[in-house]
Design a protein around this ligand. Sequence first.
Ligand code: BEZ
Ligand code: FE
Length: 262
Amino acid sequence: MSTPTEVGGRERLGRVVPDAIAALHEVLRRHNVTEDEWYAVLEYLTAVGKADEFVLLSDVTRTSVLIDAMSHNADGDATASDVEGPLYRADPPWREAPVKLYEDYEGAEDGEVLFVRGRVTSTDGTPLPDAVIDIWQTGPSGGYDIWDDRQPEMNFRGKIIAAEDGGYRIQTMLPKPYTVPTDGPTGRYLEAVGQHPWRPAHIHFKVTAPGRQTLVTQVFFPDDPYLENDTIGAVKPALVRPVEPEGDHLVCPFDIVLRPAA
Ligand code: BEZ
Ligand code: FE
């Protein structure tokens, strides 16, 4: 893990931190925050750290969405970026073609098989056959593998390499809306501010290719009840993709366009 000094440098830290402290002091003064209240805040933040929930708290306060918007140019032809969230696991298994992202499990019987397919290209249209697509999502029941004893390790997670023409095709299942974890300090925050914990169904992607900027994004599906009120506010209209029936399964086309590295 990098420290803020390593990432931004001492000079930048020297400019941002005093402003952050001044803003905090202004809020404490404006609301006349008491000693007891301030110690409760410190205790709460300690609990957030102990529960390893700072990323989750950043997400539900929509701070992650703000940082994403400031970090990635929304113009142009590249695929829009989105928040990574706290459920990414490094080193998922490599999946070979024909790619199936899951093993069947008890509880997934009513799930709908979905093929996500498309091409990975650069903004100039060049296919990117060396692109690595890392995908993670919830199953049709039980959520992520790490929350669900019925699912094998790394179910609905995997890395694949795009074909010669940049093409890819993944067999998965249509995910469902789910709630972010509510059993820790972030759940107490959500309850205190009266914010629901639901996210619309989505699939996460992290795509890398030599000489291109890494893209972290999510794909959403039409008609989801939480598209308009995702608890982390991460839905972008450009990332809502159609889902069409084809034979006995569903298909979601998703072409991925990467920017040249800066
Ligand atoms: C997720 O989509 O995996 C996620 C994002 C933010 C908070 C919790 C979960
Ligand atoms: Fe997710």
